[in-house]
Design a binder for this molecule. Sequence first.
Ligand code: GNR
Ligand code: NI
Length: 170
Amino acid sequence: MAILEVLHIPDNRLRKKAIPISDIDDSVRELASNMLETMYAENGIGLAATQVNVQKRLVVIDLSTENTDAKVLVNPEILSFSGSEEMQEGCLSVPDVFDTVIRSEIITVRFQNLDGETIEETVDGLYAVCIQHEIDHLNGKLFIDYLSPLKRNRIFKKFEKLEKFQTRDS
Ligand code: GNR
Ligand code: NI
């Protein structure tokens, strides 16, 4: 297992669109296990492959407090959306920024598990929000894209400054 580097804005690699996984082989299982380890190390509840610079449609999620409920979603797709819900969101690619996003409240999602079985589930609450947030990552979209342009620009400027400091000091 290995902890992977998580990309932060303004890194444009976060904008790449991930490609469907056609063959669930050992390399996919290894990536999923490294993504889980990375997510746990960073205290996140979800992580998309895009965030670790891999353009594959793979997501890991664990909403439990004891890291005992790991879920791996291969090629997740939302089949239906209903209702709407506001939630305070954060993102490991936008550290220390939290803001409210409106998402669908109930979704039906289809994905494959690591055994290649196709699963359909109707979910709500934080799990539904997290799946929508992670699938957005696979499509190159970030939660801050839903904020006002003013807020988004402020956030980007802050991270651009931070990036300059980091390149200067290293
Ligand atoms: O750790 C995370 N918390 C979170 C809180 C509310 C809505 C979505 C999330 S996902 C985020 C981890 C992350 O960046 N996943 O891409
Ligand atoms: Ni995120």
